[in-house]
Design a protein around this ligand. Structure first.
Ligand SMILES: Nc1c(NC[C@H](O)[C@H](O)[C@H](O)CO)[nH]c(=O)[nH]c1=O
Ligand SMILES: CC(=O)[C@@H](O)COP(=O)(O)O
Length: 161
């Protein structure tokens, strides 16, 4: 199902575990920071609305989405129950978009495979700035909200597994 058919901010609050017992690490890319700040706010608000304590949310900034890999790896080493990697990659004139997107998706996948702390992929990969705006609090909702809910659910799954 494409995002156009599912608002990213919609979720059933009754199905979300209470997040007060968890600590979260959020790594935020500085590239396209109008987008990544909106994604961060969506994620932060969703975590707090579901019980997370502000003192249990750690934020680190990295230069770009490619650095989300290293930043998330180091965040996994902190005493957190889940990590959210936030980035916005927008197609330019060259193939660089393809290499960044592939590297980040594969790198974050590897962190999930090789380590115990789940890392949530909150990286928008858009053709245009408008597509990014639409998914960072615009008409399609906020990917950060979706990522926060995923982080809570995965922290709960890890606790129970
Ligand atoms: N073009 C975008 C980038 N490019 C920068 C890379 O992510 C990386 O920081 C650089 O190659 C140095 O290692 N990053 C984004 O997050 N979004 C873009 O649209
Ligand atoms: C995703 C990128 O690295 C890209 O936005 C950079 O733009 P360009 O391909 O025009 O150098």
């Amino acid at each position: 199902m494409a995002t156009v058919n599912k608002n990213l901010s919609d979720y059933d609050k009754t199905t979300i575990p209470n997040a007060s017992k968890f600590r979260f690490g959020i790594v935020v890319s500085e590239w396209n920071n109008n987008i990544t700040e909106a994604l961060y706010q969506g994620a932060y608000n969703a975590l707090v609305e579901n019980g997370a304590l502000p003192s249990n949310i750690i934020r680190w900034d990295v230069p770009g989405s490619f650095e989300l890999i290293y930043g998330s790896k180091k965040m996994q080493e902190q005493m957190v129950n889940a990590v959210i990697a936030i980035g916005s990659v927008i197609q330019g004139e060259t193939k660089h978009f393809d290499f960044v997107c592939e590297a980040v998706s594969q790198g974050i996948k590897d962190l999930n495979v090789n380590r115990e702390t789940p890392v949530i992929f909150c990286v928008l990969t858009d053709n245009t700035m408008q597509q990014a705006i639409d998914r960072a609090g615009g008409k399609h909702g906020n990917k950060g909200t979706e990522a926060a809910i995923a982080a809570i659910k995965m922290a709960e799954l890890r606790k129970n597994s």
